[in-house]
Design a protein around this ligand. Structure first.
Ligand SMILES: C[S@@+](CC[C@H](N)C(=O)[O-])C[C@H]1O[C@@H](n2cnc3c(N)ncnc32)[C@H](O)[C@@H]1O
Length: 260
């Protein structure tokens, strides 16, 4: 497409969207209806929207950052952005940021911002947080390659706001070698293996090994919700305390005797 025609098309699209925004046509709609309206596969191909509705509804009216890794459309020009539009209308006061390795700047509109780059680029994530503040919601719908999923989580979970939610979509790639997953469900390198480790970390205060040093996720993951192909992780203060000394008096007494 010629540069001038492209510019005219972008400006016309932006004006149309701004006029539509003023009418607030999608106000109060549920996520499944919004996914259908904007053509997001989060409902249809996948069954994610009812889970998101349940977890995200309490945050609906917050001023916050919603960050999604993967805008959609891959290398196809002018394609993608369905879920960013869906989030924009579900969260009427949120800034919605999308990151994609392809240039998806055509999706930009009031409260929707695209960034070109990798989901594993720590510097880019820092710049986004510097500009918009810590995200309250992160949705990883990017490459779905376990090494990327794990690296992104390592970068972004510490940046997530307290009380925030981190979603990982299409985590079934953990079981698919062509996607850098593994046929072995116990392979420690997959995204699902990381999730299973988070579950043990959630109960780290119950470990009887007093020398155990809790990790960042041990201390900050307060819930892990697993659905078919989707995981939603809640961030908070995971230090509730434990009754392990009372419940394991004999074990501790034996250890104390052994160390005499
Ligand atoms: C499944 S689509 C996203 C769909 C979109 N979230 C939606 O629900 O409408 C995945 C997108 O991730 C992008 N992607 C692939 N690898 C990536 C990476 N390493 N970092 C960021 N984006 C990536 C692709 O270009 C593609 O557009």
């Amino acid at each position: 497409m010629s540069g001038r025609r492209d510019l005219v098309r972008r400006v016309a699209g932006r004006v149309r969207r701004e006029m539509r925004d003023r009418r607030q046509p999608y106000r109060g709609m549920g996520l499944t209806a919004l996914a259908q309206e904007f053509g997001s596969d989060k409902w249809g191909v996948h069954r994610y929207t009812p889970h998101y509705q349940r977890h995200f509804a309490p945050l609906r009216d917050r001023e916050m950052l919603v960050l999604e890794l993967g805008i959609g459309g891959y290398a196809r020009e002018q394609q993608g952005g369905a879920s960013l539009r869906m989030w924009k209308w579900f969260f009427p006061r949120a800034q919605v940021v999308g990151v994609d390795i392809q240039d998806k700047s055509f999706v930009d509109e009031p409260r929707v911002h695209s960034f070109k780059g990798s989901q594993t680029d720590r510097g880019l994530m820092r710049r986004i947080v510097k500009r918009f503040g810590p995200p309250t919601i992160v949705i990883d719908d990017g490459s779905h390659r376990p090494p990327h999923v794990i690296k992104s989580f390592g970068i972004l979970f510490p940046m997530l706001a307290d009380g925030g939610l981190y979603a990982i979509e299409d985590i079934q790639t953990s079981y698919w070698p062509d996607w850098k997953g593994s046929l072995d469900p116990d392979d420690p390198t997959t995204s699902m293996a990381m999730v299973k480790r988070l579950l043990d970390g959630l109960n780290h205060e119950e470990f009887l090994d007093d020398a155990y040093e809790p990790s960042y996720t041990d201390l900050h993951v307060v819930a892990v919700h697993c659905y078919h192909n989707l995981v939603i992780i809640e961030k908070g203060d995971n230090r509730e305390g434990s009754n392990k000394r009372r419940a394991n008096r004999k074990w501790y007494a034996e250890r104390a005797r052994g160390s005499d």
